[in-house]
Design a protein around this ligand. Structure first.
Ligand SMILES: [Zn+2]
Length: 232
């Protein structure tokens, strides 16, 4: 019983679980490439993050919620124009546990459509809200040609102070790591992401000094197959 419950918990939330849909949680370990990812945007504060990343010439992957894209399409366009990749993070950021396949499909499809409408590009990568996957998500991802994306290190930037976020990531980072931070807070307008901005301001130069290189998820996972901008 305990083993079954443990398996279920891992299957639903485990970063390396592919039980409910194929997913990646890190890139190749050989080399110094890592991927910065930001969830729950776009938000009113995303442009400040874009300025910060541009200052260091760093590209990242933004897992955006469709409802936020609908609210702030000009910010989504700025993310795209900045050379970053945009992934799908559902439309309304619901928990997928105990939801129907049809519900999940609508959440993912609407988000594909609104991101394509404003950037001309349909996402290739999907991150489940709260990292929770459920029965029926696998076929939905296959139909929409989305690859599930978890993380190697999660920054806990919604509850830690910036110094603790930086320490946590700096201690756990390694070649191929996918780092998860947030440029929004679910669907909340004007969220306070000052911790994230502060952490990025300290983390990016620290990792660059250690010889790390920042890539989008597409380039991190498939560096040879996707040599050009389509790898986003
Ligand atoms: Zn999220």
């Amino acid at each position: 019983m305990c083993a079954a419950a443990g398996f279920m918990a891992w299957a639903v939330r485990g970063r390396s679980s592919g039980v409910f849909g194929p997913s990646v949680w890190r890139g190749p370990r050989n080399g110094r490439a890592v991927a910065l990812t930001f969830d729950d945007g776009p938000s009113e504060s995303t442009p400040r993050l874009l300025d910060l990343l541009a200052r260091y010439g760093v590209t990242a992957t933004f897992f955006q919620c469709g409802a936020n894209v609908r609210r702030l399409p000009e910010v989504t366009r700025a993310v795209h124009d900045g050379g970053h990749a945009i992934g799908n993070h559902s439309y309304t950021h619901p928990l997928f546990s105990f939801r129907s396949q049809q519900f999940m499909e609508e959440e993912l499809l609407l988000t594909q459509e609104v991101i394509e409408e404003h950037t001309g590009r349909r996402p290739l990568w999907f991150r489940a809200p709260y990292g929770v996957r459920w029965y029926g998500l696998g076929p939905v991802q296959r139909r929409l040609r989305l690859i599930g994306t978890m993380w190697t290190v999660i920054g806990l930037d919604w509850r830690l102070k910036a110094g603790a976020v930086v320490d946590r990531i700096a201690r756990r980072v390694s070649g191929g790591a996918i780092l998860c931070l947030h440029d929004g807070r679910e669907l909340i307008p004007k969220p306070d992401i000052s911790v994230t901005l502060d952490a990025v301001r300290r983390l990016v130069p620290l990792l660059l000094d250690q010889g790390y290189k920042f890539e989008t998820i597409g380039r991190l996972i498939c560096p040879t197959n996707l040599p050009n901008a389509s790898s986003r």
